[in-house]
Design a protein around this ligand. Sequence first.
Ligand SMILES: CC(=O)[C@@H](O)[C@H](O)C[C@H](N)C(=O)O
Ligand SMILES: O=CC(=O)COP(=O)(O)O
Length: 268
Amino acid sequence: MNTGTLARLGRIGTDGNYLIVPMDHGITIGAVSGLKDIESTIDGITSGGADAVLTQKGLADRVHAHKNGAGYIIHLNASTSIGPDSNDKRRTGTVEEAVRAGADAVSYHINVGSKYEREQLADLAEVTDEADRLGIPVLAMSYARGTHLEGDDPEHNAEYLAHAARLAEECGADVVKTAYSGDAESFEHVTSSTSLPVVIAGGSPGTDRATVEMVRGAIDAGADGVSMGRSIFQHDDPEAITTAVSAVIHDDATVEEALERAGLAVEA
Ligand SMILES: CC(=O)[C@@H](O)[C@H](O)C[C@H](N)C(=O)O
Ligand SMILES: O=CC(=O)COP(=O)(O)O
C-alpha cells in the first residue's frame, strides 16, 4: 500500500475502525428523508462520531461545508430501483474526478452472482489500478446479489458473503463492505475470508436496538465497522443513532451502554 493510500485511509477511519455513512442513495431510491436536507443530516452524523460520509460526485459542494472534518468518499457507480435491473451498476465517475472533488477515498459497488458481475469485476480492477496510481483508497461495496445465487436468502448467506468479501481483496480494494449475515458466528466466516478491513451495510432500517445489536455482532465477529446508510441518515435523530453506533465501534460499548449513551430506548 503506498504512502498516500495509507494516509488517506486514516482520514476515513479511526485507528483502523470505520464508521462510514453512505448517502449515495439519491440515485438508487431518490431524495428520501434525510437526503433532502443532506446538509443537516451530515452535520448531525459527523457530530455524532461518523468518521466519513459518502456520496456521489454531484453532491460534493453540499458535503464539504458540513462534514466537520470527517473524511469524504465518492461513489463511482450506481443504478436505480425503478430501472430494468438495480443490479446493473454503471460508472458515474472516475478516481480523478473524485480527487478533483476533494474526496479522500472512492467506493465501487459490485453485485457478485448477478449477470453483470463480469463487467463489474473488470471495472473494479480498473478502479483499484487508477486509485493506486493516485494514492486513493478504495472501498469495495461487494454484495451477493443476483439471479445466479441459490437458497432462501442468498444476500445474507455467509458463504456467498465470504466469497464477495475475498473477491474485493483479490481485485485490490483497501476496505470491503458487505451485508451482515445475521449473527456473529456465521459472520466470522466472512471476516476470516479476507485480510481487508470488513465493514457492514445496514440494509433496510429496523429498531434502534436491532441496529446496534447488528453492529455489536459484526464487531464481535471481527468486523472493523460499518458503511451504514439508511439506518442512520433516515433516523429521526441521526446524531443520536450515530452516537450509539460510534460507542460500539470506537469504544467497544455493549448494546445497552451504547443506547444509554445516545439517549435511545434500551428495551427491545
Ligand atoms: C438501497 C440499497 O439496497 C443499498 O444496499 C444499495 O444497493 C447500496 C448502494 N450504495 C446503492 O445505493 O446502490
Ligand atoms: O452505499 C450504501 C451502503 O453502503 C449501504 O447502505 P444501507 O442503506 O446501509 O444498506
